[in-house]
Design a protein around this ligand. Structure first.
Ligand code: NAP
Length: 248
């Protein structure tokens, strides 16, 4: 039986790279996205051209009804789930905490934290042996921000990613005896469009020289860590927080 993987936020960036590398590693892939259907369909096309099954499903991961509908569609189309990459994530414009709004924090935690927990909950209901599943693996996208704190940039984002770290540690231990492994990858400065979405398209060029390796990372370099954690090669690894940061 083919293994089925759901990657949230897979229409571009790290999520798209995970979808494609996972397809090369033998996974069928559900490509979740929130807005850009055309980009998601392009990823689906590339996964299919690698000989794997693929499907694009729209859902804002912070919207419970939309996430439940996405999992119902996944059940109908694939009938099983073996892996989840909680990749969908957002930043916001650089700001000090004394200038941040509650609406900003609700979006920051709604997408980055509750969205990941919600998708993990639904995945566990399908993968955990406690629920009749055959086991599986969850990889959460955290960030080096969780230990750096991102002062004067987005402390709220850093705090949300710290929540992801602790969620990973606790959930890994909670379901370790049920055939489900849970790990996180903490990227550093990676070349994707997320920096422009935070109002700073030059962020990578500005910060890359300060990285010990003196360069930014690529989405493919992050995906390599994610796909390894999903694979049987990582069969004894759970509760790990894997930094992919060039030493940052
Ligand atoms: P990106 O290029 O901005 O891509 C974000 C993806 O998430 C897009 O596919 C977007 O799809 C989707 N998305 C956004 N909000 C969503 C929502 N509410 N529901 C479902 N999908 C949603 O970001 P990235 O740089 O690849 O980042 C991916 C993950 O890595 C994030 O969790 C991020 O925090 C983390 N990370 C990134 C870096 C970095 O330097 N790039 C560093 C550390 C951690 P649509 O546009 O179609 O909505």
């Amino acid at each position: 039986m083919n293994r089925v993987l759901l990657v949230t936020g897979a229409s571009r960036g790290i999520g798209a790279a995970c979808a494609l590398l996972a397809a090369r590693d033998g996974w069928d892939v559900v490509v979740n996205y929130a807005h850009d259907a055309g980009a998601a369909e392009a990823v689906v096309h590339r996964v299919r051209s690698l000989g794997r099954r693929a499907l694009a499903l729209r859902a804002d991961v912070a919207d419970e009804a939309a996430v439940l509908a996405m999992f119902a569609a996944l059940d109908r189309e694939f009938g099983a789930l073996h892996g989840l990459v909680n990749n969908a994530g957002v930043v916001d414009v650089a700001a000090r905490v004394d200038a941040m709004s509650v609406a900003r924090w609700q979006r920051m935690f709604g997408v980055n934290v509750i969205g990941s927990m919600l998708c993990a909950r639904e995945a566990l209901r399908r993968m955990s042996r406690r629920h009749g599943g055959s086991g599986g693996a969850i990889v959460n996208l955290s960030s080096a921000a969780s230990r750096l704190g991102s002062p004067a940039q987005y402390v709220d984002y850093a705090a949300a990613k710290a929540a992801i770290d602790t969620f990973t540690l606790g959930l890994a231990r909670e379901v370790a005896a049920e055939g489900v492994r849970v790990n996180a990858v903490r990227p550093g400065i990676i070349e994707t469009e997320i920096h422009a979405s935070g109002g700073e398209p030059d962020r990578v060029a500005r910060l890359a020289p300060s990285v010990p390796m003196q360069r930014a990372g690529s989405a493919d370099e992050v995906a390599a860590a994610v796909v390894w954690l999903l694979s049987d090669a990582a069969s004894y690894t759970t509760g790990a927080l894997l930094d992919v940061t060039g030493g940052r």
